[in-house]
Design a protein around this ligand. Structure first.
Ligand SMILES: CCCCC/C=C\C/C=C\C=C\CC(=O)SCCNC(=O)CCNC(=O)[C@H](O)C(C)(C)COP(=O)(O)OP(=O)(O)OC[C@H]1O[C@@H](n2cnc3c(N)ncnc32)[C@H](O)[C@@H]1OP(=O)(O)O
Length: 289
């Protein structure tokens, strides 16, 4: 409830928590975890996730992300968004494991509702979305990239991308799966989902998880040049086409949002699943020491 109130305040009362400033004709607004810079005449915004250390999608981060997108969507001068990260070497570590571990069912339900909301807003956005994947992009990080119309990834073998949920002992929800199938086809998705494959940039390109791999220092310039190409297409025809391609996938979640929240909540609350998440978190800790 508190988050919903914060969201209304941010969205409608201007930027009490956020900031808006003009710099050389460019505009920027920032919440704590999302920075948006817009370039006047081009109608393009660059949205940078900045939730260190790994851009995990905490409830706060999801909320700020959704609000920022909503603001851009409502700004008729903005036609395209480049989605990227301000955290070195990490695009996004995906959903925040600490939102799904050791909490109560009401929290899980609230969290999942916000995950759904961000996904629906991103996946069905009328704007052109290009991701500049400048770091690791597992699970929910990959999901963000898959929502985009075009994916450019940095050519660094340390960075991997994919839906690795099965490695955590959890299951990718059907709408994650649907988007994966839409992107890389049924056979590749079936294999990658079962194995929880995290693809190197070269592998991701081969299988179609990303559209282009470029040297790390060219990710942003390439994303911009891709955006320029997409901006040349009339918005109305591109938007109608995008809607035609994505509507069925989005609708299948819209039709069963509440049931999906119940499924998630009961699944994630299971002792066996909590145990798997505990082990995975321990593994992440041990990796350090
Ligand atoms: C049948 C019905 C089904 C219904 C549906 C049910 C369920 C679906 C459920 C959920 C779907 C979830 C999708 C997800 O997104 S789950 C998240 C998956 N993410 C990962 O696996 C990434 C894990 N992280 C990493 O691999 C590495 O951290 C990374 C490569 C991103 C970065 O490595 P680096 O070495 O730089 O940093 P670390 O030292 O590993 O991490 C620093 C710090 O951050 C913590 N952390 C990492 N990832 C997460 C995360 N996703 N959430 C929360 N915290 C994270 C890590 O533990 C370290 O913490 P600390 O030790 O410094 O305290």
């Amino acid at each position: 409830m508190a988050l919903a109130a914060a969201r209304r305040l941010l969205l409608h009362a201007g930027s009490r928590l956020g900031r808006r400033e003009a710099v050389d004709g460019a505009r920027r607004f920032a919440n704590k975890r999302v920075l948006v810079e817009t370039e006047g005449p081009a109608g393009v915004a660059v949205m940078k996730l900045r939730n260190p250390p790994v851009n995990s999608l905490s409830l706060e981060c999801l909320t700020e992300f959704t609000i920022s997108l909503e603001k851009l969507e409502n700004d008729k001068s903005i036609r395209g968004v480049i989605l990227t990260s301000e955290c070195p070497g990490i695009f996004s570590a995906g959903l925040d494991l600490l939102e799904m571990y050791g909490r109560n069912p009401a929290h899980y339900a609230e969290y999942w509702k916000n995950v759904q909301e961000l996904w629906l807003r991103l996946y069905t956005s009328n704007m052109i979305l290009v991701s500049a994947i400048n770091g690791a992009s597992p699970a929910g990080g990959c999901l963000l990239a898959l929502c985009c119309d075009y994916r450019v990834m940095a050519d660094n073998p340390k960075y991997t991308i994919g839906l690795n949920e099965s490695l955590l002992g959890i299951v990718a929800p059907f709408w994650f799966k649907d988007m994966y199938v839409n992107t890389i086809g049924h056979r590749e998705a079936e294999r990658a989902l079962q194995l929880g494959t995290l693809f190197s940039p070269a592998e991701a390109l081969k299988v179609g998880v990303v559209d282009e791999v470029v040297p790390e220092d060219q990710v942003h310039s390439k994303a911009r040049s891709v955006m320029t190409k997409w901006l040349a297409i009339p918005d109305h025809s591109r938007q109608l086409t995008k809607n035609m391609m994505r509507k069925a996938t989005a609708d299948s979640l819209i039709k069963q949002r509440e049931a999906d929240i119940q499924n998630f909540t009961s699944f994630i609350s299971k002792d066996s699943i909590q145990k798997s998440l505990h082990m995975y978190l321990e593994k992440l800790k041990q990796k350090k020491g």
